[in-house]
Structures are given as structure tokens and as C-alpha cells.
Design a protein around this ligand. Sequence first.
Ligand SMILES: [Zn+2]
Length: 241
Amino acid sequence: MIVLNYHELVEASPSNTWCLTHDAFDEHLALCRDSLVSPQRFLEHCTDPKSSRTGAVVLTFDDGFLSDYTLVYARYVKTGRIPGFMSFIPVNFVGAPGRMSWEMIGELSRGGVAIGSHGMAHVDLTSVSDVELGRELTVSKSMLEDRLGQQVTLFAFPYGRFSRRVWDAALTAGYTHLFTIQLGYHRGFEAFLYSRLCLTNNMDAEYLRRHLLDPDGMRGFAWRTSTKLGLYRQLMRWRYR
Ligand SMILES: [Zn+2]
């Protein structure tokens, strides 16, 4: 399966690279609408080896932007145009200008959107102390769980930055699915890591079309060579040690 990662959607004039117009998002949907699966279906099948290289697509949105509620949920989920999505929340930003409130996040959760943690303050977790790392992971998890009344086991690394120390701490905190920003199908080099293509407004629909046809096609020489030699996992473990 293929995991796509978005941030904010706007009507017009994106303010940064990670912000897309809903027209651009519509173009993306036209390419993958028939392949979209709900987060629940993704989570049921993501460990099944048979599902690993199918073209099924799941959508994720990071950072808890208001547009998760006003556009993605209202315009696409409620109208049946997409079968839900995952929303990763940096807990300290809840209720800030341009971000969702707890009430909105609760409504998304009841409406079939899978809510995950994106930490507290959206910091690069590879650069913080062990104490701070533990706080980012466990306090965000318990705050989300208290508000939603259900377990939160999905985590997306802020900026896609992670290391072995970070993923060990996330697993210890009780997360089971850790989402990165890497090319390729959803299975990462460890069973609990899930690769996502992060869509920016520098990427046109043609780029996405090629990615959907062959998510591994745009990976580099090191991936191709080490995969051929059966050494990719070892290489990555060394890189992220
Ligand atoms: Zn983020």
C-alpha cells in the first residue's frame, strides 16, 4: 500500500511549500480515488505481506490544521469523496489560530478519522534529551487519549526526523505504528515504520502519477543497490543508529 502525506489545504495562494490548494488536491484525488482505502482498512491489512505492494492508497494529514476539519472532513469525508484519513496532531497547537480545537478533533474521531499523535511542540525528536523525548511521546498520547476516550497508537515523527533512540522510545510509550517521510511502499525497513510520500506544491500531478505507478521508482542508487544485495535493512539500521 501507499501512504500519502499532506499538511494544510487552502482555497488559493498557498503560503508555504507544504500548503496545497484544494484544486491541486482534487487533481491528486482524480489519480487515486478508486484506490483509496480507509485508515481502518489500512491498519487491518498493513502487516499482511500480500497487501504490501498493492496500489491501495491511504491519506494522512499532519499538524492539526483547521483545514483537516473545514475542508478535508467537511468537503471530502462527509460527502463520501474519500473514505477517511489519518490526522496527526501536535498537541500544544490545539486551539491555536489556524489549528483545530479539541471539539473538532473529537468530531473527526467520531466521524471515522484516525487520530494520531505528532508530539507536543512539533520539535525534531532526534535533537532533544531523553526526558524531553519521553514527555513529547507520553504526554501527547495521554492527552489525546483522555480527550478522545480511546487508545492512540499512531505516531508521526515531526519533520519526518527519527533515529533508533526515537523509535525505541515511541514503542516503549505504547505506539505501534510510526510514520516517517520516505519514498516507497508503506512497509519501512522495520515492521513498525511506515513510509509516506510528503506532497508539496512543487510536485505536480504528473509526479504523483509516477509515484502511484511505482513508489520505489524514485528511490536512489543506495536503495536499489543495497536492496539487491539484501543489505537495505542493515544499512538503514546503521544510518539511524
Ligand atoms: Zn509536522
